[in-house]
Design a protein around this ligand. Structure first.
Ligand code: ADE
Ligand code: ZN
Length: 333
């Protein structure tokens, strides 16, 4: 197959998405519409200006705009719209199952209660399930630039909603905020029966990946591309098969890699790590899940068998029940 044929093929295959921040799917159109609705002042005059501002040097320069953008999300319908539009994109990309992260503290810190965003998310999720059988679950992420005490308060505030939350995660500014800062809250989450994931090794060193695995007892690592710097860690990850949720367009937009041609995803895959492809913050990084696969096809000497392995890995790395995973795997051709 040539590159165009590979792109067409991968686009129609069933896929899962495991690393997606719902706040990072806020498109400039909805951002401007909601800013107008709530009279929120943004430093942009037009949708084009919003897009122009998305020129990042590193993770923090992105996070500053991501939190600013999220300030327009205020009432239940805003959160419904946000989730609904992402789920419609899942349908378009044939993402048959999505494990979606949300950042409660981004909203509770602004005085917006769990009852508001959870109601909006749940309404969209129920509608997508009813209309076309969309499968998804929620991951509640703690902001690592805030204190562990704030994360514990967030976990407590989530108590009435735990039946709708599958896992906890850890995101935001990585450097200087190691996993060990959140040891207690991850222990509490485990005791509550929640699964665990954490961002590690995006900008942070391999020691943060070790910390996430050994101290937070995570099921998956979000990003993890800097694992390549530590041969003992690579050996461990090959053996343990802890999945890495890699986000190619995110990594180039945030300059983890200067160019997609330098991305190490194929090296990690060939070493035997359980690598998956994901979109992270699609509105900010220039594309949804199929766009990420297409960027790999355009820039790397990736073969159909490797694409197929990445698709399979997504299902294997998911929190789907084994029988459902098997059913979906049989549909990849
Ligand atoms: N929050 C949203 N996207 C993120 C990323 N790529 N890394 C850390 N925190 C995030
Ligand atoms: Zn992320």
């Amino acid at each position: 197959m040539n590159k165009e044929e590979l792109k067409k093929w991968v686009s129609v295959q069933p896929k899962v998405e495991l690393h997606l921040h719902i706040e990072g799917s806020l498109e400039p159109e909805l951002m401007m519409e909601l800013a107008k609705k709530h009279s929120v002042e943004l430093p942009y005059q037009s949708i084009a200006e919003v897009r122009q501002a998305y020129d990042f040097q590193d993770l923090q320069s992105f996070l500053d705009l991501y939190y600013l953008g999220a300030s327009v999300l205020i009432d239940e319908d805003d959160f419904y719209q946000l989730m609904w539009r992402y789920l419609c994109q899942c349908r378009a990309d044939n993402v048959v199952h999505a494990e979606i992260m949300f950042d409660p503290q981004t909203h509770t810190e602004r005085g917006i209660d769990f009852s508001v965003f959870m109601a909006g998310f749940k309404r969209a999720i129920s509608q997508a399930k009813q209309e076309w059988g969309q499968s998804c679950l929620l991951i509640m992420s703690f902001l690592r630039h805030l204190s562990e005490e704030s994360a514990i308060d967030t976990l407590k505030a989530a108590t009435p909603y735990l039946s709708d939350i599958t896992a906890v995660g850890l995101d935001s500014s990585e450097m200087g905020n190691p996993p060990e800062k959140f040891t207690e809250v991850f222990k509490m989450a485990k005791a509550l029966g929640l699964k665990r994931v954490a961002h590690a090794g995006e900008e942070g060193p391999p020691a943060y990946i070790w910390g996430a695995v050994k101290t937070l007892d995570v099921h998956r690592i979000d990003h993890g591309v800097r694992s390549i710097e530590d041969p003992a860690l690579i050996e461990f990850l090959v053996e343990s098969q802890h999945p890495l949720t890699v986000c190619p367009l995110s990594n180039t937009k945030l300059k983890v890699f200067e160019h997609m041609q330098q991305h190490n995803i194929l090296t990690l895959l060939d070493l035997g790590l359980l690598v998956t492809v994901n979109a992270d913050d699609p509105s900010y990084f220039g594309g949804y899940l199929n766009d990420n696969y297409h960027a790999l096809i355009d820039n790397l000497p990736i073969e159909r068998s490797q694409l197929k392995q990445l698709l399979i890995n997504g299902f294997k790395a998911s929190f789907l029940a084994e029988n459902l995973t098997e059913t979906w795997l049989a549909e990849i051709n």
